[in-house]
Design a protein around this ligand. Structure first.
Ligand code: NIG
Length: 396
């Protein structure tokens, strides 16, 4: 079978995220072109410099913006049922309660695996249509060894990266002994799940797991080669960020309520702060201060946190618009956080960037610059999507 190459030319703004290009934060090329073959980027530059004969298939972007596909580094998409009743109650005053996770656990445990997989595939496809070419998801609605194995298996089958979140909440049957549940998570459950995933995550929050328990989960994961992630400082100030940084976790996610010390820790370390603004929007809480983190020098990622309780949206364009409107990011900072920031949050350098050798994950916008994603919220601007070099078509 002949390998065919594709050249996208005349991008009004080609976002490369390639720091070696200099220029703006996004490594932008005016009237840019990108060539890819066999799923990898082969050439990037100005359209006028396009090598002769490049691209068996030529796509003329006609001045539209072309950028790397979005990298959504935080979601919870292996579940059954929904929590629309809780959401409707929240519109007249009830606040978001992590206890609601347990109702999704009950529904998930009683669902056939094929139902979980079909739901996960549907949501992965939905995300792809809004430009998400790399997506992580977590287990965490099983909370028994066989149910978490099922969750991790579906997550790794359907998504690009998978995370073991046995330490999501303490299940009902361990109400009186959360330490015994942590022993199960760090012992038998981790051993059964670790081969299926790259990351281990823990919800470190009042009502979930405390500082010592979170450290135990991260250390057990690290001992079997898993990168750490922490749900940190979502509902109030607490030890989550401290634990993440001190334990060398790859990311601290949420970061809604941070002390000055937390900001300093994130600024001086390598742990990526992952902002999840759809959560704050959907649960009507205060927003994380993304500008404060960036000004301090922290590395920031942007993700959807799509889940049935606190943030039921797969839309990275929505996350970008909210980060700009409510978290103090400039449009360019939000685009960077949604692409190369997401890649950093997954410990990857082959996505979120358009440079030679990177994956050919490319989005064409129905707009001349990426700022339009924030400027025109709620409008479907993702016009065309290539994943691994394959044209997966128009978004709608
Ligand atoms: O990130 N914080 C914990 N987990 C999810 C919520 C999951 C749920 O409510 O089902 C979150 O918001």
């Amino acid at each position: 079978v002949a390998v065919t190459s594709t050249a996208i030319v005349h991008a009004g703004q080609l976002v490369t995220n390639d720091e070696t290009r200099g220029g703006d934060l996004l490594g932008s090329v005016r009237d840019g072109a990108v060539v890819f073959e066999a799923g990898r980027v082969q050439w990037v530059g100005e359209s006028a410099q396009l090598p002769q004969g490049a691209g068996d298939t030529l796509v003329d972007a006609e001045g539209r913006c072309v950028l790397p596909g979005f990298v959504d580094s935080h979601s919870h998409l292996v579940f059954a049922g929904d929590r629309v009743t809780d959401f409707v109650a929240s519109t007249t005053g009830a606040s978001y309660e992590p206890a609601g996770i347990r109702s999704t656990v009950r529904a998930t445990r009683s669902a056939p695996t094929e139902t979980l997989a079909a739901g996960a595939r549907r949501l992965r496809h939905e995300a792809l249509r809004s430009g998400t070419t790399t997506m992580e998801t977590k287990s965490g609605y099983g909370l028994t060894t066989p149910d978490e194995v099922r969750g991790c298996a579906v997550a790794s089958d359907v998504f690009d990266d998978a995370t073991f979140l046995g330490a999501h909440v303490v299940p009902e049957e361990f109400d009186d002994d959360s330490d015994a549940y942590v022993a199960l998570v760090t012992g038998e459950m981790l051993a059964a799940c670790s081969e299926l995933v790259r990351f281990v995550d823990v919800f470190c929050e009042r009502g979930a797991f405390d500082e010592d328990q979170a450290r135990a989960v991260l250390r057990a994961g690290a001992a079997v080669g898993l990168h750490g992630k922490v749900h940190a400082n979502q509902l109030e100030e607490g030890p989550g960020v401290l634990v993440a940084v001190e334990e060398g976790a790859l990311t601290a996610d949420h970061c809604t309520y941070l002390s000055g010390h937390d900001v300093d820790l994130l600024a001086s370390g390598t742990t990526v702060a992952t902002l999840l603004p759809i959560t704050e929007f959907a649960t009507r809480t205060a927003h994380a201060d993304g500008r404060r983190l960036l000004d301090a020098g922290a590395r920031v990622a942007l993700a959807t946190n799509c889940n049935p309780g606190s943030s039921y949206s797969t839309s990275m364009p929505l996350a970008i618009a909210l980060a700009v409107r409510h978290q103090g990011l400039t449009p360019d900072q939000a685009i960077a956080a949604a692409t190369k920031g997401g890649a950093a949050a997954l410990g990857r350098d082959d996505v979120g960037v358009l440079r030679v050798g990177a994956r050919a994950d490319v989005v064409v916008l129905e707009a001349p610059s990426p700022a339009y994603l924030a400027y025109r919220p709620g409008v479907e601007l993702v016009a065309r999507i290539f994943k691994d070099g394959v044209d997966v078509g128009a978004s709608h």
